[in-house]
Write a protein that binds this ligand. Structure first.
Ligand code: ADP
Ligand code: MG
Length: 359
């Protein structure tokens, strides 16, 4: 064990050495007296332990600790004459490992052992914290990557539906119209009529699917897109849906708009699946440089158990999405009274978006 001993008395130093030897500690010890020499020594050598007298010529051990405490110091033990309880407590308070009176040298080995153990535990905790933070960061990056892959995949499926299916359906509808014009047979006309209706239905369905896959309505702005979402939700479910906004020309970067749109989409899907409510209120605002979107229902509310359900990924996905654009998601819910899903994204550019995200 490499020990640095801050001590102005050679006698006391020798006493400590004798005690350590007698206790069977294998050590190398360096004695320093001045503050500069002390700091210099800690920079030069990686010590396992510091033993420090409290009062030294012109400074105290607290000054020595203050000088090194920010550079991952080793355990630092005060080994001193009486310093009073208040000083001992405040020393421990600023991070000094322990205090031992010079008359209690027989306890030195135990105090050293404990200080080293505490430090090891703390180091292990710091390592675990750092690993956890790194793993959370990796997970968030992975979630972001998945989201952007999913959006790209959706856009390409929407394109294919538009180009292949949409095109063919439109062409078939024109052909049906042609046949209708060139036939006088009543039975044929009635079949053409029902085929045209089916065709119209299929065109409507493919447009709806495309819209869900890639909200091209977002090209008309966030307000228009959320408005369209709300109106089609109201039509489909019969749940009265009110939308308010501080402006119809909301301004936000594309990835933020898409996040807001997907948040509203998932919140409304949840409302229709679970809330059992009579009405929904959507509020959007870009006031004070923060984009907020709030979807509130007056339904049955979400229980803690439901929120923590490990198989539910909708709201969890929204949290990740919000985080990916520098924002956050709040869920406020009261059992029997309703649920509010609130997305907030600061618009002052905290970070720039990659080309991939802006696609
Ligand atoms: N508006 C809501 N009203 C009542 N319960 C809700 C509402 N939104 C979500 N929930 C509950 O919270 C759970 C988690 O929602 P979500 O994360 O979207 O998962 P999923 O929709 O995949 O089940 C749902 O399973 C449901 O029980
Ligand atoms: Mg859901």
């Amino acid at each position: 064990m490499r020990i640095l001993h801050l001590e102005d008395s050679q006698n006391d130093h020798e006493l400590v050495c004798r005690h350590l030897s007698r206790a069977g500690v294998r050590f190398e010890i360096t004695r320093v007296e001045g503050l500069d020499a002390f700091v210099e020594a800690t920079k030069r050598i990686l010590f396992d332990l510091v033993l420090a007298d409290y009062r030294l010529p012109g400074f105290t051990a607290l000054d020595a600790w203050a000088a090194i405490k920010d550079s991952a110091p080793p355990p630092f033990i005060l080994l001193s004459g009486a310093i009073g309880e208040a000083a001992a407590v405040s020393a421990i308070h600023v991070g000094i490992s322990d205090y031992l009176h010079k008359d209690e040298l027989n306890r030195l080995e135990r105090v050293i052992g404990r200080a080293i153990e505490v430090r090891q535990v703390r180091a292990a905790k710091d390592r675990a914290d750092a690993e956890l933070a790194a793993s959370e960061k990796r997970l968030a990056e992975f979630a972001q990557h998945l989201q952007s892959t999913i959006e790209k995949e959706r856009a390409s499926i929407a394109r294919e539906i538009h180009d292949d299916i949409g095109g063919s359906l439109a062409a078939a509808k024109l052909d049906l119209a042609w046949v209708s014009r060139h036939s006088t047979n009543e039975l044929t006309q009635s079949h053409i009529q029902s085929a045209t209706e089916m065709m119209q239905h299929a065109i409507g369905a493919s447009q709806r699917i495309m819209m869900n896959l890639r909200p091209s309505i977002l090209d008309q702005g966030l307000y228009a897109a959320i408005h369209w979402l709300a109106k089609s939700f109201e039509k489909r479910t019969g749940i009265s849906t009110r939308i308010t906004a501080n402006s119809e020309n909301l301004c936000a970067p594309k990835p933020v708009e898409l996040t807001a749109y997907r948040t509203a989409q998932e919140a409304l899907t949840n409302v229709s699946k679970y809330a059992g409510c009579g009405s929904v209120q959507i509020e959007i605002s870009d006031a004070d440089n923060v984009l907020t979107l709030e979807v509130s229902d007056d339904g049955k509310g979400i229980t803690t158990l439901e929120l923590e359900n490990p198989c539910a990924f909708g709201l969890r996905g929204l949290r990740e999405r919000a985080r990916a654009v520098g924002g956050w998601l709040d869920i406020s819910t009261v059992e029997g009274k309703g649920t509010s899903i609130i997305l907030s994204v600061p618009l002052t550019p905290l970070r720039s978006f990659s080309d991939e995200e802006l696609e």
